[in-house]
Design a binder for this molecule. Structure first.
Ligand code: BGC
Length: 518
C-alpha cells in the first residue's frame, strides 16, 4: 500500500513537474540574492564599499556563470540524462551557496556566485526540457509554467528575507547577508535528495535506445501503469516514428541545427529568449526600489521598500492565470497580447517620469528625479504593477515554454541550451547597460523598452506558429506551416501518419535491397 502510494506520487505528472521546478526557486533566489543586500550598510562595510565597477562585476559574475552553464548543459543532458544533470547542478549550487555565505572577501564571494550561476544556467535549461518531455501535450504549457512560478516565489522570498535581515546589526552584523546567502542552499538540498525518486524523461530513454524503460515510464505517468493504455500506445508509436525518421534523415546529431529549417527555428528560440529580457522586466526587478525612491513613493525608506516589494508579490500571484490557462489561450495570442500591454504600460511610466523634476545630485553627480505630484507618482506605481502583472502571465512563462517544445528530439537539448544562454547573455549585458542608460537617456529608457515590446509583438505575429495542443513529435510538421494561419490539426496528424507510412515503405525498400545483395 505504502509502495503504491509512493509510486503514485513519483509518477504523477504534476508532482514530477513541480518537484523539478524547485530549481526555479534556486533561480529566483539567485536573481534576488543581491539586489536587497548590496544597499545595506552591513554589506558595504564588510566588503569595503565596492565601487560601481566592482559591484557590476560581482553582480555580473552570476549571469556570466548562468550563460556558460546554459550553453554547455545540452551535452550532459543528452549524455547523462536530464535527471542526473539536474542532480549534478544542485550539488554545484549547494557548494556555491556555502562559498557565498562563508565569503571572507570579494574573491570568494565571486567564486560562489559563478558556481551558483553555472548551476542556475544548467537548471534553467534542463528543467523546461525535462518537464516538456514528461508532460502530456494538453497541459505541457501549464507544467512548464510552474517553473516560472517557482522563479517568482524565489525572487519574492529572497526579497523579504533580505528585507528582514537588514535589521541584523551589532557584533554579528554579517548575518545580514550571510543568512540570505546560506538559505539559498535549502531548495538545492531538497532537489538533490528527492530527484532520485523521479523517473527519467521517456523521450531521453527512447533516444538512448532504452525503449522498454521509456515505455514503462510512459505507462506509469500517462497510463496508470498500463502499457496497453491507448494514449501510451499512441505516444510510443509517435516517438518511434520520429526517432526512426530522425535517424535516417539526420546527418549528424548536433550539426543538424545548422540545416536551414532548424537554424531558422533555433533563431526563433534564441530571439524569444532575447525578447524576454528586452521586455524590461529585470529593470523593474532590480531597480524598482531606486525608481520608487526617485518618484517619492512612501514617506520612509521602509514604506518605499514595501511598495517595491509588492511587485514581487504581484509577480507571484499573476503567474497563476498562466498556469491555469496558458494551454487554452495559446502561445501566439498570449505573447502578442502581453507584449502590447507591457509596451503600453512602459510608455506611460516613461511619459510620467518625463514630467518629473530632473536635476544632477550634488553628492553623486548623477541624474535624479523628484516627483512632487502624488497623482502622477501613484499612476506610475500602478503602471509598474500592471507591467509586472502583464509579464507574469505572458512572457515570463512563455519564455521557457516555447523554446522547450519546438525542437526535434535529437537537437532539442542543444537548441534549448542555445536559446537559454541567449537569455542569460542579455541578462548579463543589461546588468551593465541599464545603469548607463538610466543616466544617459533617463525616462527615455522606459520608452526604448516600450519600443522593444512593440517590436516583439510584431515579430511573434509574423513568425511564430501556434504550438499549443500538438505533441513534441508533431512540431516538425507544425513548423512547416504558415505561422500566421491556424495550423490544421487533422492535417498534422495525417501528415505524421503519412511519414510513418513513408518509413514503412522506406524500410521495405531497404529490406528488399538487402535481400538483393544477399
Ligand atoms: C526571467 C528573469 C526574470 C524573472 C522574473 C524569468 O522568466 O528569465 O530574467 O527576472 O522571470 O519573474
Amino acid at each position: 500500500m505504502a509502495r503504491t502510494l509512493t509510486t503514485r506520487i513519483t509518477n504523477n505528472v504534476y508532482i514530477i513537474g513541480a518537484f523539478a521546478a524547485i530549481a526555479g526557486i534556486m533561480f529566483g533566489f539567485d536573481i534576488g540574492s543581491n539586489s536587497g543586500v548590496i544597499g545595506t550598510h552591513q554589506y558595504r562595510t564588510y566588503f569595503n564599499n565596492p565601487d560601481d565597477l566592482l559591484q557590476g562585476g560581482i553582480n555580473g559574475a552570476l549571469s556570466a556563470g548562468c550563460f556558460v552553464g546554459a550553453l554547455f548543459a545540452g551535452f550532459p543532458a543528452d549524455k547523462y540524462s536530464r535527471k542526473f544533470t539536474l542532480i549534478g547542478a544542485s550539488v554545484l549550487f549547494v557548494i556555491g551557496s556555502v562559498f557565498q555565505a562563508a565569503a571572507n572577501g570579494v574573491p570568494l564571494l565571486c567564486v560562489g556566485r559563478v558556481l551558483n550561476g553555472l548551476s542556475v544556467g544548467v537548471t534553467s535549461m534542463v528543467v523546461p526540457l525535462y518537464q516538456s518531455e514528461i508532460a502530456p501535450k494538453e497541459i505541457r504549457g501549464r507544467i512548464v509554467a510552474v517553473q516560472q512560478w517557482s522563479i517568482t516565489w524565489g525572487i519574492m522570498i529572497s526579497f523579504w528575507i533580505q528585507y528582514g535581515s537588514q535589521f541584523l546589526t551589532g557584533e554579528s552584523y554579517t548575518a545580514a547577508f550571510r543568512i540570505p546567502w546560506a538559505i539559498q542552499a535549502v531548495p538545492a538540498l531538497v532537489l538533490l535528495s528527492g530527484m532520485w525518486a523521479f523517473p527519467h524523461s521517456p523521450r531521453w530513454l527512447a533516444d538512448k535506445g532504452r525503449m522498454d524503460e521509456a515505455i514503462q515510464v510512459l505507462a506509469d505517468i500517462h497510463g496508470d501503469g498500463d502499457v496497453n493504455h491507448e494514449r501510451v500506445q499512441l505516444e510510443i508509436q509517435e516517438i518511434e516514428v520520429v526517432i526512426k525518421f530522425d535517424r535516417e534523415q539526420a546527418s549528424h546529431r548536433y550539426a543538424d541545427i545548422l540545416k536551414p529549417q532548424y537554424a531558422y527555428r533555433a533563431s526563433l528560440g534564441v530571439f524569444l529568449q532575447i525578447w524576454q529580457q528586452l521586455t524590461g522586466m529585470n529593470i523593474i526587478m532590480f531597480y524598482v526600489v531606486l525608481l520608487f525612491e526617485q518618484a517619492g513613493v512612501g514617506d520612509s525608506q521602509e514604506a518605499t521598500l514595501v511598495s517595491a516589494g509588492v511587485n514581487y508579490v504581484v509577480n507571484v500571484v499573476m503567474t497563476v492565470p498562466a498556469i491555469l490557462w496558458v494551454d487554452k489561450w495559446g502561445r501566439r495570442n498570449t505573447m502578442i497580447f502581453g507584449a502590447l500591454m507591457m509596451s503600453l504600460f512602459l510608455w506611460i511610466v516613461g511619459g510620467l517620469m518625463s514630467q518629473g523634476e530632473w536635476y544632477i545630485a550634488e553628492d553623486t553627480g548623477k541624474w535624479q528625479m523628484r516627483m512632487d505630484n502624488h497623482a502622477k507618482a501613484n499612476g506610475m506605481v500602478a503602471c509598474v504593477y500592471l507591467f509586472v502583472a502583464s509579464f507574469a502571465c505572458t512572457w515570463g512563462p512563455l519564455g521557457w515554454i516555447y523554446p522547450a517544445e519546438i525542437f526535434p528530439l535529437r537537437i532539442r537539448a542543444i537548441a534549448v541550451s542555445l536559446s537559454t544562454s541567449a537569455n542569460w547573455l542579455f541578462n548579463w549585458v543589461l546588468n551593465f547597460v541599464v545603469p548607463l542608460l538610466m543616466q544617459r537617456i533617463r525616462f527615455g529608457l522606459y520608452m526604448l523598452f516600450a519600443g522593444f515590446n512593440f517590436l516583439m509583438a510584431v515579430h511573434v505575429f509574423l513568425a511564430y506558429p501556434e504550438t499549443k495542443g500538438f505533441t513534441l513529435e508533431e512540431m516538425d510538421i507544425v513548423f512547416e506551416q504558415n505561422p500566421r494561419k491556424k495550423v490544421d490539426r487533422a492535417f498534422v496528424e495525417a501528415e505524421l501518419a503519412r511519414r510513418a507510412g513513408y518509413e514503412h515503405r522506406h524500410e521495405t525498400a531497404s529490406n528488399e535491397k538487402t535481400e538483393d545483395i544477399v
